[in-house]
Structures are given as structure tokens and as C-alpha cells.
Ligand binder design. Structure first.
Ligand SMILES: [Zn+2]
Length: 496
């Protein structure tokens, strides 16, 4: 049954990063796509159409959270306080898994309430031993919430928390007894046991999601220190043949940077290029410790770098080099990594932090340049990072009806029509709480109604209850000893 057409009207329409704002704008939505857009006077209202008057709001393409893991309950709430990346990851070995579907559902609902219409779900495992079920529970949660999601199938065939993996046996030998049991979990193949089973798993899940307009798959090789040269070559060839993207973590922590200097003396991205990785569509997260040579390769090969500034600062990795990446011409996107500076899924707040980090000492970006960068990061950059088709991330006839509206003081029809003014206000002052509408594939998924608050609260309650019900998987003393050993192991290695 065809849904009736829908018209959304707002004081301001921001169609795309490189287009001027339109005062009194409107879009017409039919069958999940934008049929017309522009000044309200020029957009016809078909017979029987539902008309939503958003009033003093800014209507724009939906935000794209291009790197997160479906962790709807923050790590602080899970009991894992901020600390350097490797001991922080190790801290999770203290507990068994929560209800993975419930936690992912909460992440999805929270993103939608913040104006996010699409996300990339990066590789992640709770170490249950049944990665297939974990991933299926996560996919089901995005589907139920109605959030567009690119789901990465994780791959890892070496190393865990000690990298290069050659150092692991010496590290294990020195570990205090209380921590010995923790080194082996999860095993170095935390996803599918090997490449062959990963491929058949990808085949099966691809068949399961065929025909679902919201879900697409990608490969998620965990990162250079966790993936062998052989596996990189295999996944790159498969991604190209299958026409799926390839998304990985890149040079996130000082320890990973030190490891890369030993594993990839010619440069990390130089090696990945030689292995054929960039024959596929690629995006990576973090890139905190990319060298100028890495940045040049990223720009030349079209590698999209997804900025996660809050996560990087919170986990003692340093700020991502936004200004240098920008100067090098690297295509940028942004994600919350479920570890944003505000410890929630407020994408606009995180985007503002990324924008500020793009202001290099001594430089002077104009408000218009910064707003244009933020807009592109949030929409077209995000779409590229999540491997969405080219018509995503913009409001234009034929594009999918993925849009968000924000209402904030001053963004009304009386505002001057300086082409950058509305974007400047939205991207510097706007926050997730200003979201008044999120539409995905033509369906209104959030409209700041009482029932939206109830749905979010219920998702929160279910997820938190399951976190509280987690079993203990290791003793607090064992985990603390393991974390201390990791910190001692990496001390002083970051700047070598
Ligand atoms: Zn991540």
C-alpha cells in the first residue's frame, strides 16, 4: 500500500553543504524519497498529502554518525571509566555481556532523537563466542528502530591488547598470577574463526538483509595491528568483488602508532596501498597518529577519515589532526564512537568539537568555511564513510528522504539571508536536544512527541536493566592487575 505523500515546511531549508539556505523551504516526500524541494511556494502539495509545518526550524539532510559500535549505555555507566585505550578495553573483561539487542536498540533510538538518520556500525564483539548471533541481534535492533545502518562484519587474525603480537608471549610471562586468565580472552580470532568462515558468514548475512532498504553490510577489519598482510589482501579483493566497503580503526593510540612503526616501517597506509586495500571503497576511524605521508595517501586514494574527537581526548590518545587532514585534502566524516565528549549521542556537539580542532594555530577559517566543513562532515562525508550511494547526504529530488529538523533560538524567518548565517548558527550553537524531527526513508521516526520520549525511556530502561544484570566474568583484582601490567608495558613506547 502506497503511503500518502508528505510535505515538510520550515523557516529554513539547508539542502546541501555547497548550496545556499532557502528561506521558507519545503520538501515533498513520496515513497521514501524526496520528490521535490525548494522554496515552499514552488513545492506543490498533492491531494491528500500530510503537511507538517515545522515553523521556526532548520530542515536539513539527516546527520550521519559514521563510526560507532551500538553501545547505547555509555562505558562510564557500564563501569569502565576513562583511561588509555588498551587498559580501557581490558577493563571490559570484568563483565559478561549485557542484552546486546537492547543496548544496540538504545544507541539507535538515541541517535535518531539527536537527528541522526544513518550510521556506520563498526566492528565490535562482546566476546560471547557466538559472533554471528551478536551481529544478528545488532542488525535486528537497527531494523526495529528504523535507523539506516551500514553494518561491519568484523575481521581480526592477530594480536589483541599487545601489539605487535610478537611481544605477547613475553608480556604474558611477566603477568601477575591474578591476571593470567585475562590475557587469552577474547582469543585472537574474536569474530569468525578464519577467513573462509568469515566469507560464508558474510554470504549468509547478505542474503538475510537483501531487500531491506535500511541495512547494508561492509567489511570491518579491526585495524592494522590486528590484521595480517594476507588477510588485508583477501578482504580487499573480496570487498571489491562484492562491491562493499571496508572500514577499519587506524592509528588510534600512541601504542598503536609505536606498533605500526615496527610492523610497517614504510608507513602504515603505504603498506595497505601495496596490499590493494584501496582498490575497495574505504573509510577509517580516528587517524590520530597519521603521518603527513599517510595523509597524502588518504587524500590520493579517497580514504575517508572519520573523526572521533571526544573519544580520542577521553582515552588519552590526543586530538585528531583535523587541521592537517583538512589541509591535506582528506575527505572527513565524524562519529561519536559511543564515547563522545558529552558522553551521549549528541552528534552536533561532537561535530562542533571536531570543527574547533580544525582551527590551526595562526590560521583563520571564516565562519562560512567552518560551517561548510561541518555540514559536509555531517552529511556527504558521512555518506561516503558509510558507503551509502551518492544521492545520500543531500536534499534533492530523487534523494532518499533522510532529513532532520532543528529548532534553535534565532533560526527563524526573520534571520538575515546571509548564505552562511543559518549554517553557522546551527553548527556552532545547535545541539541534539534541538532536534524536532527525524525522518528516515520517508518515515517520521522522531518528532519530539510524548510517545518519542516514552520510547526512548523504555529503550533506556531495558538496556540499563540488562547491564545491571551482567554476570561478573573476572575478579576486580585480576582486571586491575592486568590493566596495570598493560600500562607498564606501554609506558614510554608511545614516542619512540
Ligand atoms: Zn571505535
Amino acid at each position: 500500500m502506497a503511503k500518502r505523500p508528505e510535505v515538510l515546511r520550515a523557516d529554513w531549508l539547508l539542502p546541501a553543504p555547497n548550496r545556499a539556505a532557502i528561506r521558507h523551504g519545503a520538501i515533498l516526500v513520496r515513497d521514501g524519497r524526496i520528490a521535490a524541494s525548494g522554496p515552499a511556494a514552488s513545492v506543490e502539495i498533492p491531494e491528500g498529502a500530510a503537511v507538517t509545518e515545522l515553523g521556526a526550524a532548520v530542515l536539513m539532510p539527516g546527520l550521519i554518525n559514521a563510526h560507532q559500535h551500538g553501545r547505547g549505555i555509555s562505558q562510564i555507566m557500564m563501569g569502565y571509566p576513562d583511561m588509555p585505550l588498551e587498559p580501557w578495553i581490558a577493563g571490559r573483561r570484568r563483565h559478561g555481556p549485557p542484552d546486546i539487542g537492547a543496548v544496540t536498540r538504545l544507541a539507535a533510538e538515541a541517535m535518531i532523537a539527536n537527528g541522526v538518520t544513518a550510521t556506520l556500525h563498526a566492528n565490535y564483539t562482546y566476546g560471547t563466542g557466538d559472533y554471528g548471533q551478536e551481529l544478528r541481534d545488532q542488525i535486528a535492533a537497527y531494523r526495529t528502530a528504523g535507523l539506516r545502518a551500514t553494518i561491519c562484519v568484523g575481521l581480526q587474525d592477530r594480536g589483541a591488547l599487545i601489539y605487535p603480537d610478537a611481544d605477547e608471549s613475553a608480556f604474558a610471562a611477566r603477568l601477575p598470577k591474578a591476571a593470567q586468565a585475562l590475557i587469552a580472552r577474547p582469543a585472537s580470532a574474536p569474530y569468525m574463526p578464519d577467513w573462509k568462515s568469515s566469507v560464508s558468514f558474510m554470504d549468509r548475512v547478505q542474503a538475510e538483509v537483501t531487500g531491506d532498504p535500511l541495512i547494508r553490510l561492509a567489511w570491518g577489519p579491526a585495524g592494522p595491528q590486528w590484521v595480517s598482510d594476507t588477510l588485508w589482501s583477501q578482504v580487499a579483493a573480496d570487498a571489491r568483488a562484492r562491491n562493499v566497503g571496508l572500514h577499519f580503526h587506524l592509528l588510534e593510540s600512541p601504542a598503536q602508532a609505536a606498533s605500526a612503526r615496527r610492523l610497517y616501517p614504510e608507513g602504515t597506509l603505504a603498506r595497505l596501498r601495496r596490499l590493494g586495500v584501496f582498490n575497495a571503497a574505504t573509510s577509517c576511524a580516528h587517524g590520530v597518529h597519521m603521518s603527513p605521508a599517510d595523509m597524502a595517501i588518504a587524500a590520493a586514494e579517497g580514504l575517508v577519515v572519520v573523526l572521533n574527537p571526544g573519544s580520542n581526548l577521553r582515552l588519552f590518545n590526543g586530538p585528531p589532526p583535523v587541521a592537517a587532514l583538512r589541509a591535506a585534502g582528506v575527505l572527513l566524516a565524524a562519529g561519536t564512537d559511543n564515547c563522545a565528549a558529552s558522553d551521549d549521542e549528541d552528534y552536533l556537539a561532537e561535530l562542533w568539537l571536531a570543527t574547533l580542532l580544525g582551527r590551526a594555530e595562526g590560521a583563520m577559517n571564516t565562519a562560512g568555511q567552518d560551517a561548510a566543513m561541518a555540514f559536509a562532515i555531517a552529511t556527504t562525508g558521512g555518506a561516503a564513510a558509510a558507503f551509502l550511494p551518492e544521492d545520500h547526504g543531500v536534499i534533492a529530488p530523487g534523494a532518499p528522504a533522510d532529513v532532520a529538523a532543528f529548532r534553535l533560538m534565532g533560526c527563524d524567518s526573520r534571520q538575515s539571508s546571509d548564505p552562511h548565517r543559518i549554517a553557522e548558527m546551527l553548527f556552532s550553537r545547535g545541539r541534539g536536544r534541538d532536534c524536532v524531527l527525524t525522518m528516515i526513508a520517508g518515515q517520521i521516526r522522531f518528532a519530539a512527541r510524548p510517545e518519542d520520549a516514552v520510547r526512548l525511556q523504555q529503550a533506556h530502561d531495558r538496556a540499563l536493566a540488562s547491564v545491571r544484570a551482567r554476570a561478573n566474568a573476572a575478579s576486580a583484582t585480576g582486571v586491575a592487575a592486568f590493566q596495570a601490567a598493560l600500562r607498564a608495558h606501554y609506558a614510554g613506547r608511545g614516542d619512540g
